[in-house]
Design a protein around this ligand. Structure first.
Ligand code: FAD
Ligand code: DLZ
Length: 510
């Protein structure tokens, strides 16, 4: 009898473990565009287009390869609007021996699928997702007994395991594990940033764009100028383009922000890596080859590889180690509602406007915009973690709970009490000024802190430091901030807190 193989929208590779040992002539593959998955958050229109189009292209390829694919296209009148609904209706037809699937990336769906054995009365084989370098078990073994988890140490394990940028005698190439200190240049327009890689929409993608415009018009963002890759071959071209044109400068300008360049030297590969169009290890191997061939410097290549085999694997490990409780953490006791301008970009703060507007247009903002602009602002103003997490889950083409949640709740909001990061990335406007040219064009003055036209980040920073004294005063990495705060005259401290309170009172109108 046949197996029913479920392939999810972010599992679009023939190497997916659910297909291992499958029988082309016998087994039935199920893929489905369903309302429940398309609407559990206000997904950016471009994310929906990317996933539905990539799913359709993948299903077509599977059929060409001889597989029998039951593919449900989205329609609001479909009888089945959930994955469970589609699977159970196909089961009625196929009467499979078992359901086979690869573990999914979200607790919400994982919890549902784990109950299918009882609910659908069929064995369910949930296989390890071998696209990750560390399995959930390996991460949990590594974490066992450690009081604090630090990415850097986990990253070294992953370098050893993969052999990426390692010498034959087991040492890191270049003599250091980490070249992050070299990756802090401001970008002043030179060298010019490469144009973003583009794929023009084909007939399938154009049809999906129409579908999304028709049925998801109220979702965040715009579908205009959709140019993401939607097949493995196109995503491979995007990778080749990055390696040739952007990787050489990726390290130097990794932390830079620009008023008129959305993408700078970033790879823009996360949407493809996360949905299966690119394999993360193959991406790192391509970067390493560029270093061995002398085409990119070590600070760029090591920095890039660290993001993927270090941060990406680390946040995923933390997610599965601590879900579902992790999503409810709010150790700083935040209560503020997310300001409305996160959805519109309508704010006079130039850096915020630029990051949100790029997000709205592209379903993309680079790491420093996410961390030090929109994230930093939410941290300083004390936004409720669940509201800022839902925003990040909705607005980016690469957003899935397993990667978004630890980045936002842990790295940005410090809501897990410092489990993921040793100190909050709180920063004043001076950091944004140092790393970008936004402030020159801003309504607010980054060199002022207490005046009505002062950059809001400046006073908010000190307000954050002051109100969280009990949380951070004894943190060795924060001691200097508290000493600097104490050094200021009482009148100055009072004026800073008064300005911050004014800012907080008029948050929606900044
Ligand atoms: P590059 O700058 O070119 O980096 C290369 C690759 O490294 C990325 O493609 C990505 O796969 C990986 N990477 C880098 N940093 C991280 C990280 N912190 N965690 C996991 N992977 C990383 N990444 C997502 O994939 N999905 C998310 O939903 C997501 N949400 C984030 C939210 C916040 C608040 C922050 C601070 C970071 C978030 N990240 C997320 C991580 C990172 O910002 C994005 O992976 C990166 O911006 C994607 O763009 P890129 O492909 O051009 O990355
Ligand atoms: C994110 C997403 C969306 C928007 N739509 C679908 C869908 O219609 N069908 C599907 O199988 N998967 C979709 N996904 C991905 C899932 O919601 C979920 O995030 C991942 O499968 C978790 O690994």
């Amino acid at each position: 009898m046949a197996n029913l193989i479920l392939i999810l929208g972010d599992q679009l590779t023939t190497d997916i473990s659910a297909l291992e040992g499958a029988d082309v002539g016998r087994d039935r593959i199920v893929m489905a565009e369903v309302h429940e998955e398309a609407s559990y958050t206000n997904h950016h229109k471009k994310k929906l287009i990317l996933l539905f189009s990539a799913m359709r292209h993948f299903a077509r390829q599977l059929e060409k390869d001889g597989w029998q694919v039951h593919y449900q296209r989205y329609h609001p009148d479909n009888a089945q609007q959930s994955l469970e609904g589609v699977v159970s209706s196909v089961m009625a037809d196929v009467r499979p021996d078992r359901i086979v699937t690869t573990e999914c990336g979200e607790w919400r769906l994982h919890d549902q699928i784990s109950q299918w054995r009882q609910r659908l009365d069929v064995p369910v084989d949930i296989r390890t997702d071998t696209r990750f370098i560390a399995s959930k078990q390996e991460f949990s073994d590594w974490a066992e007994g450690r009081k604090q988890l630090r990415m850097e140490y986990f990253y070294r394990e992953m370098r050893r395991k993969t052999g990426l940028m390692m010498t034959p005698d087991g040492k890191p190439e270049g003599g250091n594990w980490n070249f992050d200190g070299d990756n802090r240049e401001k970008w002043a327009g030179k060298p010019p940033a490469p144009a973003p890689f583009r794929i023009e929409p084909d007939a399938i993608t154009r049809e999906v764009i129409e579908l999304i415009e028709q049925h998801f018009a109220d979702h965040f963002g715009t579908s205009d100028d959709f140019h993401f890759a939607v097949t493995p071959a196109d995503a491979q071209e995007a990778l080749d383009y990055f390696i040739e044109f952007a990787l050489p400068c990726f390290g130097d300008y990794q932390d830079a922000m620009s008023d008129n360049e959305d993408w700078l030297f970033h790879s823009i590969l996360s949407p493809y890596i996360n949905c299966g169009l690119l394999d993360p290890l193959a991406v790192c191997e391509a970067a390493a080859r560029a270093w061995y061939a002398g085409q990119a410097p070590i600070n760029a290549v090591e920095g890039f590889i660290r993001q993927i085999v270090g941060w990406r694997e680390f946040v995923r490990g933390i997610y599965w180690l601590h879900m579902p409780g992790y999503a409810k953490e709010n150790r700083l006791g935040n209560t503020r509602t997310l300001p409305w301008f996160y959805w519109t970009g309508d704010t006079k703060m130039r850096c915020m406007h630029k990051a949100i507007d790029a997000t709205r247009r592209n379903a993309y903002a680079h790491h420093i915009q996410r961390l030090m602009v929109t994230g930093n602002f939410a941290l300083l103003t004390g936004v409720k973690p669940e509201e800022i997490c839902d925003w990040y889950l909705a607005v980016y083409a690469d957003a899935y709970d397993w990667v978004e949640l630890p980045n936002v709740l842990g790295m940005v909001m410090h809501a897990d009490g410092g489990y993921l990061g040793s100190k909050p990335y709180a920063a004043s406007g001076k950091y944004i000024h140092r790393m970008s040219d936004h402030c020159a064009n801003c309504h607010y003055n980054v060199n002022k802190s207490t005046e009505p036209d002062a950059c809001p980040f400046n006073s908010l920073y000190w307000h954050f430091i002051d109100r969280h004294r009990a949380d951070f005063e004894r943190n060795p990495r924060m001691g200097m901030m508290y000493r600097n705060w104490e050094k200021q005259k009482p009148e100055r401290r009072e004026a800073l807190l008064a300005r911050a309170n004014d800012v907080l009172a008029q948050l929606e109108h900044l």
